[in-house]
Design a protein around this ligand. Structure first.
Ligand SMILES: NC(=O)c1ccc[n+]([C@@H]2O[C@H](COP(=O)([O-])OP(=O)(O)OC[C@H]3O[C@@H](n4cnc5c(N)ncnc54)[C@H](O)[C@@H]3O)[C@@H](O)[C@H]2O)c1
Length: 312
């Protein structure tokens, strides 16, 4: 049995990861400051003797004897990461230093939940891991994008300098049950607006594209990456290359919820990337043929079911 620390474990992705790691027979410590995560996300795990929930902020060091660490702690939606941008940078950078220090000390393997945002507004399409990105260092998204870039740097430096066993995963847009309904992310926004019969707001013309991956596919990719041989550090893109325009997504959500909502258009916020699509060749090659298996309609169905219970 492995003892595994999941920072940000009470968040959307973290809660699914904790669930899966427990199901595989591990001992899981879920650490969270509950900034965007919620106890309800892991309430169903609290009765499991191999699950421990710890309130802690990753900007201060945490000590525990663990075999593996998944570092997910960081607000992920623009509304939340821009709420206190200085804190967002601290969470990414000091959080990374603290988990890496712990990993070094207890010789644990550590995986960083990085993001496709490290590519910024990309000039290369689809994005491959060796593309260095096109990121604005002084914009309102920079606290998140540059914080995550710096965290990647720290991971590589701890690996080169101290031999820490690291894995970097670059996560592309992910959706599923337990997304925060108020975080302004496109999938949850559209579903909530549709279920409430409100207008569906599209920023810009809706021609910007996104690729959406269902959370179960991501969790599978994360665990496979953690289990790769030590020489595999990443970064590895994990996402669904199936691309849709934002307008197509809105139409699909309206269709699946059978909503009467109308689509309305508003101005595009600053630095909103126009196009995002992962090249997942590396993930496929390094992670035992990994590829997304959940189709958009099937994933949306499960997510809509969840939000029906939340939004009344
Ligand atoms: N959801 C996506 O599409 C996506 C895409 C790319 C990367 N990611 C990354 O995956 C990770 C999880 O994202 P998510 O979508 O589950 O978001 P989330 O906001 O639901 O989860 C983040 C969790 O981290 C916790 N947290 C934030 N700051 C903390 C701190 N200082 N100390 C301790 N805990 C803290 C939050 O309370 C929350 O539970 C994040 O690192 C995010 O950057 C997510």
């Amino acid at each position: 049995m492995k003892r595994i620390l999941v920072t940000g474990g009470a968040g959307f992705i973290g809660s699914h990861l904790c669930e899966r790691l427990l199901a595989e027979g591990n001992d899981v410590i879920c650490l969270d400051n509950f900034f965007t995560g919620r106890k309800q996300n892991v309430a169903h795990l609290l009765g499991n003797p191999y699950f421990e929930l710890v309130r802690h902020d990753v900007i201060t060091p945490y000590y525990a004897e663990v075999d593996e660490i998944y570092n997910l702690a960081c607000p992920a939606s623009p509304i939340h990461y821009q709420y206190n941008p200085i804190k967002t940078v601290k969470t990414s950078v000091m959080g990374a230093i603290n988990v890496l220090g712990l990993a070094k000390r207890v010789r644990a393997k550590v995986l960083q939940a990085s993001t496709s945002e490290v590519y910024g507004d990309p000039n290369v399409h689809p994005q491959v891991e060796n593309y260095w990105g096109n990121v604005n260092p002084i914009g309102i998204r920079s606290c998140y994008d540059e914080g995550k870039r710096c965290a990647e740097t720290l991971f590589m430096d701890y690996h080169r300098q101290n031999g820490v066993r690291i894995k970097i995963i670059r996560i592309f847009n992910t959706y599923g049950p337990r997304m925060n309904p108020n975080d302004g992310r496109v999938v949850s926004n559209f579903i909530v607006q549709a279920l409430q019969g409100n207008n569906i707001t599209i920023y810009g013309k809706g021609t910007q594209t996104r690729s959406f991956q269902y959370v179960d596919d991501l969790v599978e990719g994360m665990i496979r990456l953690m289990n790769t041989p030590d020489e595999v550090t990443g970064p590895v893109n994990v996402g669904n290359p199936n691309e849709f325009t934002i307008l197509e997504l809105a139409q699909k959500v309206i269709e699946l919820t059978q909503s009467t909502s109308k689509i309305v258009f508003e101005d595009l916020p600053a630095d909103d990337p126009r196009q995002r699509q992962p090249d997942i060749t590396q993930a496929h090659n390094l992670l035992g043929g990994w590829q997304p298996t959940v189709q958009l309609a099937a994933g949306l169905h499960k997510t809509i079911d969840y939000f029906r219970q939340q939004v009344r």
